[in-house]
Design a protein around this ligand. Structure first.
Ligand code: RIB
Ligand code: CA
Length: 313
């Protein structure tokens, strides 16, 4: 089977970093056409720097990294240093990147790539706020029909929110952008908190990362040691939830995941519930299904895939 062509749109973020490493470790499954960065966990100048740090950690400094939008479509930027630390990649000490940042704007790279590649052959993998994706769709509506699929991390239904009681961070930061994406008509696979909160880096699992004994294994263990504080304090969970790597793992082994084809729409009117993903899990509305909303995963299978692949780098 040929590798799936993807664009990763990201706001690294420790969990974004692990998702990118998993993709870089899996060339037989994933062909990364480029990594586009967006403001989210930390401001853009840090997310684009962190993406390059991660590529160099993996020894893949030939990957094209682009800077994109530095703020949401309409709202002020909300960041998450309280979760990811002031650098966005707190935990390991990693060298500043030497690889260049591409000159083109991320939005133009997304547009040009979708126009250049055969229709229906490129998957978009957003791991942060959807500002770059929505901006590309608004600037060049013709590209929407050319997207194979969108596989994204964002939202929550049974789990509620992690930045407000109603909303998950990626959707909350730019709800207008999320609305554009969820109304695009493109098939979307959604990895919400409902499943990512079941992908917890327990001590045993983090020890397995450390036992890889490579700079990548050690850095991932140190990232999750840092990143888990927020969720342990807030949820009393057993470890850091690996939100974004669920996206990459789905591309490699979709059978690890289970969900339902349902309608998902985004709250963009009420400040109280701004950014909520209104998931019609029980099919009570006549709204057309537009997403595969994932609710469960084989966590042991996920972590053995992740550990095996990270050991390749
Ligand atoms: O709510 C979790 C999501 O927000 C993850 O993608 C994390 O990296 C942050 O972007
Ligand atoms: Ca992210």
């Amino acid at each position: 089977m040929t590798a799936r062509k993807i664009i990763i749109d990201t706001d690294p973020g420790q969990d974004d970093a692990v998702a990118i490493l998993l993709a870089l470790a899996s060339p037989e499954d994933i062909d990364i056409l480029g990594i586009t960065c967006v403001a989210g966990n930390v401001p853009l100048e840090l997310t684009q720097k962190n993406a390059r740090i991660v590529c160099e950690l993996a020894g893949k400094n030939d990957v094209k990294v682009f800077a994109g939008c530095d703020r949401p479509l309409r709202r002020d930027l909300v960041t998450a240093e309280h979760v990811h630390g002031k650098t966005g990649l707190d935990g390991p000490i990693l060298p500043d990147p030497q690889m260049v940042l591409q000159d083109a704007h991320a939005v133009d790279f997304i547009i040009d790539t979708l126009r250049a590649e055969a229709p229906g052959t490129v998957t978009l993998c957003p791991l942060g706020p959807l500002t770059n994706i929505a901006t590309a769709f608004e600037k060049a509506p013709d590209i929407m029909d050319r997207v194979q699929e969108i596989v994204l991390m964002g939202g929550g239904y049974f789990e509620g929110g992690n930045i407000t009681p109603a909303a998950e961070f990626n959707i909350y930061v730019d709800p207008q952008a999320a609305d554009v994406v969820f109304k695009s008509g493109i098939h979307i696979v959604v990895m919400p908190l409902d499943v990512t909160h079941k992908a917890l880096v327990t001590k045993t699992r983090n020890d397995a990362f450390r036992a890889i004994g490579t700079p990548v294994g050690t850095a991932v263990a140190e990232m999750t040691d840092f990143f888990e504080r927020f969720d342990k304090e807030k949820y009393g969970s057993e470890g850091a939830p690996l939100h974004d790597p669920c996206v990459t793992a789905y591309l490699i082994s979709p059978n690890l995941f289970k969900g339902r084809h349902i309608n998902v729409e985004i709250e963009t009117q009420s400040e109280l519930t701004m950014g909520a993903t209104v998931a019609d899990w029980w099919g009570v509305s006549d709204r057309k299904p537009n997403a595969l909303f994932i609710g469960d995963l084989d966590a042991d299978g996920f972590f053995s895939l992740l550990t095996e692949r990270l050991a390749r780098l």
